[in-house]
Design a protein around this ligand. Structure first.
Ligand code: G3I
Length: 331
């Protein structure tokens, strides 16, 4: 019987995984999650298109199942996500005449959505990704020109946090993004958070998605970006960790090359060492899926094999798993 990740890191941080509800119908998948993880993040079912597909018509069938799984097994839950530009129905942004919604209408819809979803899971979801992927470093103000932004400007981010805090004052509120270990992006995110804090916006933490590859970013960049946000007094969650084995979109392997397996294991080990060194701020480390059979990276950016996670598609522990727990692999 192999060591449980949540036990190994019990003195450091919560160890989490994203999951889809289909995994709940397979006992081996379910058991693996229960054994290793004390935090879970539903991968899709808490997103807007899933919980409120039509205005005012909420559908909690799938999200209730996901939340109940965590509650039944004493796991913490991260809520992902309230305000995003993807997986959000179009009606959110348009009025009855098909014109872009007014700011007032947009805020009214945002408030209703945040209020309804957060209150339903109050006391069960301990941390929420309130806004997701709002940064775009190609813009002078560093903000993505999503429909949220086009209608309301930077202010929509403040409103999202305010409504979230009103809906559940006990939930930890996060701003979540990818490529946050790169200096330009991390600086843009840092600047935004400073502006929000100056206005008294209730924000508790920064979520680094940490979708990385064997080739970039460097461990130094990752460590520096974690240290950087400590200065803002925020908590840090690693929210969507995986390590793709590819350097570019055109590469393809039939099987996972042995040398890359070792390379990936070494990187995972170095990463977890960094997280441990900064456990004063890093309180949750979540992988974006538990096994290589359940990864978004097999369909994005192209359909191909990829092996980014800690367990293989047969739910067997990989070298990366043994590396992070710092033990020789049991054959
Ligand atoms: O639900 C439909 C199903 O009815 C249909 O038969 C099937 C056919 O393609 O599609 C299903 O929807 C898919 C959905 O996942 C649920 O499996 C969508 O096509 C697919 O695009 C969607 O992908 C999700 C992706 O976000 C889309 O934005 C991934 O599962 C999910 O892991 C991924 O997660 C994101 C985070 O939210 C934010 N950060 C990046 C991360 C990876 O892209």
């Amino acid at each position: 019987d192999i060591p449980s990740l949540q036990d190994v890191f019990a003195d450091d941080f919560l160890v989490g995984t994203a999951f889809s509800n289909s995994e709940l119908y397979k006992d081996p998948d379910k058991e693996l999650m229960i054994k290793h993880f004390n935090s879970v993040t539903p991968g899709n079912v808490l997103k807007w298109d899933s919980t409120e597909p039509e205005e005012g018509v909420f559908d909690f069938v799938e999200s209730d199942k996901a939340v109940q799984f965590a509650v039944d097994n004493g796991m913490q839950l991260r809520g992902h996500t309230l305000v995003w530009h993807n997986q959000t129905p179009n009606w959110v942004f348009y009025d009855d005449n098909g014109n872009l919604a007014s700011k007032e209408l947009l805020y009214q819809r945002m408030k209703t959505h945040i209020d309804t979803v957060m209150k339903r899971y109050k006391g069960k979801i301990y941390a929420w990704d309130v806004v997701n992927e709002v940064i775009d470093t190609s813009q002078s103000d560093g903000l993505r020109r999503s429909l949220w932004y086009q209608i309301a400007g930077e202010e929509y981010i403040e409103k999202a946090f305010e409504y979230a805090h009103e809906a559940d004052p006990d939930a930890k509120l996060f701003i979540n993004d990818y490529n946050t270990h790169e200096s330009a992006k991390s600086q843009a995110l840092y600047n935004l958070i400073q502006r929000l804090q100056a206005k008294g916006v209730p924000i508790d933490g920064v979520g680094h998605q940490t979708h990385i590859s064997l080739y970039y970013p460097t461990m130094t960049e990752i460590e520096n970006s974690i240290i950087k946000f400590k200065q803002l007094g925020l908590e840090t969650h690693i929210t969507e960790l995986d390590i793709s084995v590819y350097q570019n979109d055109s590469q393809k392997y039939d099987t996972f090359p042995e040398d890359l397996k070792q390379k990936q294991a070494t990187l995972y080990k170095q990463l977890f060492d960094i997280f441990k060194r900064h456990k004063d701020t890093v309180t949750n480390v979540t992988v974006w899926g538990k096994d290589d059979g359940n990864t978004w990276l097999r369909t994005f950016p192209v359909t191909r094999n990829n092996w980014p996670l800690l367990f293989d598609e047969n739910l067997q522990s990989k070298p990366a798993y043994w590396a992070i727990i710092d033990q020789p692999a049991i054959p």
